[in-house]
Design a protein. Structure first.
Length: 92
């Protein structure tokens, strides 16, 4: 019984633990909030002028394509707001 209870508690703690890539806060792109972005997020239908406000604890990379490939068009530091032409973002 004690082992079963310990196993259930341990599993609950693992599920509650934050992931290594989790962001705190949000990114606001052209007025739309993206809560705790993870991975590549397409933020426009095509490359467009974006206002990117980074309220996370990670650097946000802005890309000129929809797959976050190649060199970033811009990097937006935590607490920074930038205008840049882009199509997708990712947190690094």
């Amino acid at each position: 019984m004690k082992r079963a209870l310990f196993g259930i508690m341990a599993a609950g703690l693992l599920l509650a633990a934050p992931t290594a890539n989790a962001q705190e806060g949000d990114v606001i792109v052209n007025g739309k909030a993206i809560q705790a972005p993870v991975g590549c997020v397409q933020v426009a239908d095509q490359p467009d002028e974006l206002s990117v406000e980074n309220n996370t604890d990670k650097v946000i990379s802005v890309y000129s394509d929809d797959q976050c490939t190649g060199d970033a068009a811009a990097m937006v530091d935590p607490g920074e707001t930038r205008s840049v032409t882009g199509w997708s973002i990712s947190a690094s």
